[in-house]
Every structure is written in C-alpha cells, then in structure tokens.
Design a protein around this ligand. Structure first.
Ligand code: MG
Length: 352
C-alpha cells in the first residue's frame, strides 16, 4: 500500500471528518450502524439465495455484531478510540466470518443491469448538448445517481419503498445554489483547457457509477483527458468493486463506441484503489494507483463516504472536485444543510 501522491500535506492529513469524540455524534452513529445492519443482513440473505442456512448465518452475524455494538451504549470507550472506518471494518469482518463476503452482490448486479438499460438514451441526451449545458447535465447525473446508497438510512428506506428512480431524482434535485456550490469555477475550468490526467474515485454500483460517473469519465476522455477510474479492491456495502467495474465497463463498451475506443486506446483506464471500505484513507491506496496518479492534474472524490465523511477538507496539489448528494441528516447538519442537499466543491490547484 502507498500514500496517494497528490495530497498537499501528508503529515497533517487526517481523513476522518466526523468527530466521534463528540458524544451526540457518537450516539447518532451508533444508532445508524445498529439500524443499517438490518439492510446489510437482508441483502446478504438475498445474495446467498434466501435459504434457511443463510437466514441462520445472518442471525448469528447479527448477534455477533450486536455483541460488539451494545457495550458502546453504556461505554463509548469500550473498544478504544473509534472512527467510522472501525464500524465499517468490524461489520464487514463479521459478515465475512459468517460466510457473506459480499452481502450486496445480488442488488449491485441487478442495479448495474437496470442502469445499463438506461445508459444509451442518457448518453444520446448528453451528446445533444454542448459546452456548459453538457457539463451541467453530467454533474446533475452524478448527483442523481448518488442517491443509490445502501449505507445511508434515508436512502435505504427510499430504495425499499420505491426502488431507484434516476430520472425522477434528477428532476427533483434542489436548484442552485447548492449547499456547497463552486460549480461556476468548475465550469470555468472546463471552458479553459482539458485536464491532462484525471483520477476518479467512484462510489456505488448501479445508477451511481453507470449513469453518473461513467458518463463524466467518458466526457473527460472525449476531451483528451487520460482518465483513471478507481473503485474498491474489496466489497463493502453497495460500492462497486474493481472486478465488477471491469466487467461492467466491458458491457458498456459493447453499447457505446466512444467508451469502447477510450478503453482500447487507454484514455479510460480502470485501477483498483486498494480500499475495502465505503470511506477512504488516502495514506493507504494501492501501489498501482499511487504510481499511475502521480502526474494527474484533476481528482474527483465522489459520494458521501469519500468526499464528505472522509477527505472533505483534505487539500491536494492539483484541481479537486468533491461531489456528493448528502443523504445523512447528521452529515447534512454538520455542513449546515438538510438531507438531499448537494455538494459540488471544486478547488483549483492554486487555491486548495
Ligand atoms: Mg457507497
């Protein structure tokens, strides 16, 4: 594992933005993880074929998770100092131990297929636009796709009740100015010259990557930017993995000549990040990603886990776009907003 080479100040870098030493914040997240596990277990059972054996193993995993979680109700220091990554890591390790290496495999696969079916029409719509209008459509697509988040209770509830509705979500996005809105600076930068090389940290499977980040990557590649798309090495929640993305991009290339050409000539390249969590510590990325990123001049951190809960205030030596839909009320309050507010934080190299 390696340090991500574009951090402006690795010595002072701290990925964690949510301070769990603050008691109300700790209590809030304890409650979130205690409720979120039900969704993880349901998806794990589905992935394992909804057998009685899977239900038994899920019940055992739940009991083990609660045995770890419950002591924290009385004593927040029961397991030593905690951050959100520890909660994710413990949950995932317990699921693995009970035979669920990738609980969301089935839902990720299904959502990838459904999003794929919407992609050609979306790309045609984007291609009909020019200049800033095209960028605006791409950014709105990233926001809308990012609602497919099975780590966030509000989004889980919404997904359970009405499934994923990319177009409906996109139509209902809040108007500008967004909660954090440096879109004009992003648009100005895009109107100047194309970036040389971009590193896109993608988040969830389904609409998020397929209808949000991939169209954005495709546009960068079309402009001549060498575009690295980096997904997790191992599964966590509904984040797409590098292996899944590799298969998915092959299917997309069959539908879209521009992506096919960009994959073939290396303008779009897929690299495993080394990460196995929905959050990311940029001190520990894969050697391959670190080496390939060294000469990049644009970074995109997408989704709550990578752009808000970690890295929101991280400074880089090149242009960075931190972009997400805020689905969590506590994170929204921390940023001075409300759930479903939008974050488009573009920091040019000379100001970040
Ligand atoms: Mg995610």
């Amino acid at each position: 594992m390696a340090l991500f080479p574009l951090l402006a100040d690795p010595a002072s870098y701290d990925p964690h933005e949510i301070d769990l030493s603050h008691q109300p914040t700790f209590d809030y997240w304890l409650d979130v993880f205690g409720r979120q596990i039900h969704s993880v277990l349901d998806h794990a059972i589905e992935t394992a074929g909804s057998t009685d054996d899977a239900r038994r193993r899920a019940a055992d995993a739940h009991a083990e998770f609660l045995a770890w979680l419950n002591p924290l109700l009385d004593d927040p220091a029961a397991h030593g100092p905690l951050d959100l990554m520890v909660f994710d890591r413990i949950r995932d390790a317990i699921m693995h131990r009970h035979g669920f290496p990738d609980p969301h495999l089935a839902v990720k696969r299904r959502e990838n297929e459904q999003a794929l079916a919407l992609l050609p029409q979306l790309l045609a719509e984007i291609d009909a636009l020019q200049g800033e209008a095209r960028l605006a459509a791409l950014v709105r697509g990233i926001f809308a796709g990012n609602i497919f988040d099975l780590g966030s209770m509000g989004a889980i509830q919404r997904f359970r009740e009405s499934g994923m509705d990319f177009h409906g979500t996109r139509e209902q996005l809040p108007p500008r100015p967004w909660l954090v809105d440096s879109y004009d600076a992003l648009a100005a930068r895009f109107a100047a010259q194309p970036h040389r090389k971009a590193v896109l940290f993608v988040d969830n499977a389904g609409a998020d990557v397929t209808l949000g980040m991939i169209p954005f990557a495709r546009e960068l590649a079309r402009r001549g930017t060498h575009t690295l798309i980096t997904a997790n090495t191992g599964p966590s929640l509904n984040d797409i993995t590098h292996a899944e993305l590799t298969d998915h991009m092959a299917a997309i290339a069959d539908l879209d000549p521009l992506i096919a050409a960009a994959m073939a000539d290396g303008h779009i390249q897929l690299i495993a990040s080394g990460n196995v969590l929905p959050l990311i510590d940029l001190r520990q990325v894969s050697d391959e990603l670190a080496a390939a990123s060294a000469d990049a001049d644009f970074i995109v951190l997408e989704g709550m886990g990578r752009a808000l809960e970690t890295n929101h205030n991280a400074a880089f030596t090149c242009d960075v776009l931190k972009i997400a839909m805020v689905k969590d009320p506590q994170v929204a309050a921390w940023l001075g907003g409300k759930p479903y507010d939008l974050i488009c934080r573009f920091e040019p190299a000379d100001e970040s």
